[in-house]
Design a protein around this ligand. Sequence first.
Ligand code: AMP
Length: 189
Amino acid sequence: MLNIVIFGAPGSGKGTQSERIVEKYGINHISTGDVLRAEIKNGTELGKTAKSYIDQGQLIPDALMVDILASVFDSFQDSKGVIFDGFPRTIPQAEALKVMLKERGQDISVMLDLDVPEDELMTRLIKRGKDSGRADDNEETIKKRLVVYNTQTSPLKEFYKGEGKYQHINGLGSMDGIFEEICKAVDTL
Ligand code: AMP
């Protein structure tokens, strides 16, 4: 199975590139952000809990996220692989993912780090907020999310370097150019 972690700061293009990867390689997609937004929309208890964190630009507790991830993963039938988008976001989540996959005879194939400078992220997210109306894409919350990314999520680069799974991708430029770089990395696996 082809199990890809697509990694990067908010606004780095994980969602956009994931869609293309799914189409080309025929794998399943787990976006934890999308799962949480669906729960909020449906007014579930989980959605209410998630909203209180998301609105503050904070992360949902690891234990809750790990349970959600495992249940989505186990819902896939005859899967050729999975792209993990927005998960893991902390070292404990990365460790839990490793254990979860191992228990299922699986492993991460590669971690693609979409690298985009912070001023560009800010511009993209403010634009996305205006276009899509996503509640957490406002300047104040974006700043908090970038702090959370730099402190809690960014250390995962070292984690995956240690695992020999890290692949840097230049996240600036055309969507096609970025996708080409991703495909080159995936096709060598
Ligand atoms: P995203 O759509 O991936 O940018 O996620 C939006 C928000 O959902 C984040 O700012 C977090 O509050 C929450 N979230 C998504 N994925 C995770 C995760 N793996 N761990 C904790 N919180 C998450």
